[in-house]
Design a protein. Structure first.
Length: 268
């Protein structure tokens, strides 16, 4: 078990995504370090992403290299910050990827963003979340995410997609991230759009807000949303950090909820 002063969290992130490490570093307690390895996103240029075989992704040369280096560095765990791969493959993807990845990580435990999200939903007792989808997700990812959540026991969901400004209208949604849309997202706008969707008078009231995209900047909206809506707000990067800290035994150092009420919860 790691102490807070020595906990080391490894993360695997796609080649052009700065968001997970930026948000996780900012949320991490004093003394906790975050170590990043990158791999080429398996989405072909100018196409929708529709999944990757778990074994193929875990054994891709740059993923293997990252796992090897993070393992030799001495990380206490390694998280795959690429939830879409899990959503398309289902919980079986997580099981297969983790087994294959741990063989390359020198015995360091590996988990996925989706397994961390699942644990966070269970720890908070969430059953009816409002799913806030990044603007670059498309219909196949919507359906895959809902199906994944149903498999882990969260079948009643409502979905809203964050809307970019009109300057993005001429760009295919699935290319928006690569074109830099993530740099333009303001937490205040995330807050405003989520509140509006949450209070839809024609739909049942959700019991939480869930942001399942690792590359969607939403850290700054978590606490204001929880204060206004009175429900847990769970993001992918928040769940990755929370889950890694809990597994490393650093629960006490994140119990004040400064980055969301999730950090006051223990693993179920």
């Amino acid at each position: 078990m790691a102490t807070a002063s020595g906990a080391r969290l490894g993360i695997l992130v796609i080649h052009n995504d700065p968001v997970p490490e930026t948000e996780i570093w900012r949320m991490a307690p004093d003394g906790v370090s975050v170590h990043t390895a990158r791999f080429e996103c398996p989405r072909p240029v100018d196409t929708e992403y529709v999944g990757s075989p778990a074994g193929a992704l875990a054994n891709a040369p740059d993923v293997v290299r990252g796992l090897d280096q993070l393992g030799r560095l001495g990380a206490h765990s390694v998280a795959l910050c690429f939830g879409s791969s899990s959503f398309f493959g289902g919980p079986a993807f997580d099981t297969e990827f983790i087994a294959a990845a741990e063989a390359h990580a020198h015995g360091v435990p590996v988990y996925t963003a989706a397994t961390a999200i699942t644990a966070a939903l269970r720890a908070t007792g969430v059953r009816r979340p409002l799913l806030v989808m990044p603007p670059w997700f498309t219909e196949p990812t919507f359906r895959a995410t809902e199906e994944y959540l149903a498999e882990v026991g969260v079948a009643e969901t409502r979905l809203v997609q964050f809307e970019l400004g009109p300057e993005w209208d001429g760009i295919a949604r699935y290319n928006a991230f690569d074109e830099g849309a993530h740099w333009t997202i303001d937490p205040a706008e995330v807050h405003q759009q989520v509140v509006k969707a949450f209070h839809d008078p024609d739909r049942p009231r959700p019991d939480a807000v869930l942001v399942p995209g690792s590359g969607f900047p939403s850290r700054g909206a978590v606490v204001p949303l929880e204060q206004e809506l009175g429900v847990p707000v769970i993001t992918s990067n928040q769940a990755v950090l929370w889950y890694g800290l809990r597994r490393a035994g650093t629960a006490a150092e994140t119990g004040d909820g400064a980055h969301g009420s999730l950090f006051t919860r223990t693993l179920s």
